[in-house]
Design a protein around this ligand. Sequence first.
Ligand SMILES: Nc1ncnc2c1ncn2[C@@H]1O[C@H](COP(=O)(O)OP(=O)(O)OP(=O)(O)O)[C@@H](O)[C@H]1O
Ligand SMILES: [Mg+2]
Length: 258
Amino acid sequence: MKILICGKGGSGKSSITALLATELDRRGYRVIVVDNDESNFGLHIQLGMELPKDFAMHFGGKRMIFEKLAELKREREGKASVFGERIRTEEIPGDYLSKKGRISLLAIGKIRDFGEGCACPFNALSADFLRMLQPARDEFALVDTDAGIEHFGRGVELGCDLILMVIDPSQESIRLADKVNKITDKVGKPLYYILNRTDEETEGFILDSIARDKVVAAIPADERIARNGLLGKPLDFELEGINKLAEFLTKMKEQRMG
Ligand SMILES: Nc1ncnc2c1ncn2[C@@H]1O[C@H](COP(=O)(O)OP(=O)(O)OP(=O)(O)O)[C@@H](O)[C@H]1O
Ligand SMILES: [Mg+2]
């Protein structure tokens, strides 16, 4: 099962990705975490892992990726992939994965220098990779994205089975929730919401403003998330909201596999 995690800037996408990956690992699942945020360098720290080499480098870097994908598309009617028929986590060259327990971390590519150009090649590689990635029966893929919805236009969501949107108590998140609902509807992907940093009052207001039947978990403001986030320590503790989310996803996975 391949899951895309999206939401507005600073809503808690990476923290929730790290907490969920750790919880799924605790439950005995394998997890490949795909860092699809070209600008931020926080996810590996929240996971307590090393940042692996950019996967984009495996294909000769940014410039080469576009050329390679374009060439393949010309050759084989737009369906071809740099990964051939499919790719499994264990087939990814070890240099590009960092590992901890049952968790593997893959970073598509990071923008490191001023004037380096746009992130389109990273999203193109990501879209191709997620389309071809075949997780094992006991494996989840969690894709942490950059803020907003740019990655949607680039096809990153097309290879995923399910979209999770993180909603924090802000008007911007409420508006984005509606937008993402329309986009995912259009591309035929199931969408679920996670409320983050909410309390009873803000939760009530948000639930009145969004498609409330899509909410699968709520995570209150948590001092450990804030503290460990600030200190650069891993988010390796249990949380009720994350447990609920893990239960929902594992149940869904079982249903899908019959
Ligand atoms: N439930 C929470 N309680 C307390 N602090 C939180 C909570 N969720 C996230 N934070 C804090 O909010 C900040 C932003 O979180 P995070 O980096 O996970 O967001 P993001 O959506 O990935 O941001 P970006 O859009 O920059 O990638 C961090 O400092 C994190 O520690
Ligand atoms: Mg982030």
